[in-house]
Design a protein around this ligand. Sequence first.
Ligand code: FAD
Ligand code: DHB
Length: 393
Amino acid sequence: MRTQVGIVGSGPAGLLLSQLLHLQGIEAVILERRSRHYVEGRIRAGVLEQGTVDVLSEAGVGERMRCEGLVHEGIQLSVHGRLHRVDFKALVGGAVTVYGQTEVTKDLINARLAADGQIAFEAEDVTIHGFDGDQPRIRFRQDGRRRELACDFIAGCDGFHGVCRQSVPQAALTIHERVYPFAWLGMLVEAPPVSDELIYAYHERGFALFSMRSPARSRLYIQCTPDEDLDAWPDQRIWDELRARLGGETADALPTGPSIEKSFAPMRSFVAEPMRFGRLFLAGDAAHIVPPTGAKGLNLAVADVRVLARGLAAFYTSGRTDLLESYSATCLRRVWKAQRFSWWMTSMLHRFPGRNPYDDRVQLAELDYLVSSRAAQQALAENYVGLPFEAEE
Ligand code: FAD
Ligand code: DHB
C-alpha cells in the first residue's frame, strides 16, 4: 500500500486533515485503532471558536453545524450563586458555536467516506518507521493480516495515549507537564438547558459547568477528586451537587431528566516540543493537552491541522518546504497561549484542596476583579472566542 500522507488516528485532527488534503488533491489514508461506532460515540468537547467554524465550513462540512449549532454571544460566570454575564459580542465582537465533538466527527467521517476517502477502522498494533529519513512507513494489522503503508509524511493525530509521540526518541522531545489535583465528572442528560448560555460556576464545594448540546439536551460537569468510582455517583447525587454549586435562581429552575452518559475527565496541562520530527508531524492531543475549562482542546487540534494542511499543500504544489519547517513554531505560539488561558480559567474557577489559604484569597480577588472589570472580561472574551490565526506565509 502507498499513499502521500499516512495519518494515525481518526479523531477531529486526523479526519479534518484528511478532508483538507483531499480538497487540495492530496491523497491520505487514516489508520484508526477503534471502530467507527466507537469513534462516533465518544462524548467530549462542545464549544467551537469562530475560527474553527470557519475552517470546518471551508472544508465543506459546515452545513449541519450551521443549522443545528447554537451560536452563543456570551457566557455566565456564577460566583457563590450570583450570575455575571461576559458579553462576547459587546466586548470583542465575537461568538462561539455550541456543537458537539460527536457531531463534528460524524460530519467529517460522512464527508470522507462519501468522497471515497480511506479510513481503516480497527487497525491494530500500529507502529511507525523511517520518519527520520525520506521513506516513512506505517505497519499495522487488519483482519488478522499484517500490512504496511508507505508514505511521504506521517501525521500523528492519535491523541494523548497514541503511538506516534512515543515513537520519537526521548532526547528529541522536551515535555512540559502539570497535573491538577482534581478531575471532572461529566453527565449528558435528556433535559432542556436551564439557561441560554453556558454557566461556569465557582463555589466553595467546587467548580461546576452547565453546558448543553441542543434545546433538549444538557451537558453537566462537576469538579471531583481524581480516581473516583462512577458507582459512587448516581444521577441524583450529581444533580444535588450541581444544584448546590449553581445556587440561587438557577438551582431552583434547573430542569432534570434521565442521564445518557457519564464519564470522568482527568485534568492535565501538557506540551511536547517540537511538534515535528523529520517527516513526522504531531497534531492535536498527540502533542498537547489542556484542562477542559477553557474549551480549547478541540479548537487547538483544528488550528494545528490547518497549519499542517497548508504546509503540505505548499510542498505538493510548488515543492516549498518552509511552511513544513516552521510548522512546529507556528503551532506552538498558539498552543502556549491556549495553555496559559486554560491554566488561568482552571486556577480561577476550581477549589484547590489543602493549599495555603493565602492562595484562596488571591483567587477570590481574581474573581472579584473579573466580574467588576471590563478590561479583565475583555481579555477573557478575546481568548474564549479564539485568538486570530497567524498568517504563515
Ligand atoms: P483524539 O480525539 O483523542 O483522537 C485520537 C484518535 O486516535 C482516536 O480516535 C484514537 O482512537 C486514535 N488512536 C489512538 N491511539 C492509536 C493507535 N495506536 N493507533 C491508531 N489509532 C489510535 N475538550 C474540550 O474542549 N472540552 C471538553 O469537555 C473535553 N472533554 C474531554 C474529555 C476526555 C475524556 C478527553 C480525552 C478529552 C476531552 N477534551 C475536551 C479534549 C478534546 O476532546 C480533544 O482535545 C480532542 O479530541 C483532540 O482531538 P484529536 O483528534 O487530537 O485527538
Ligand atoms: C463543554 C466542555 C468544556 O470543557 C467547556 O469549557 C465548555 C463546554 C461541553 O462539553 O459542552
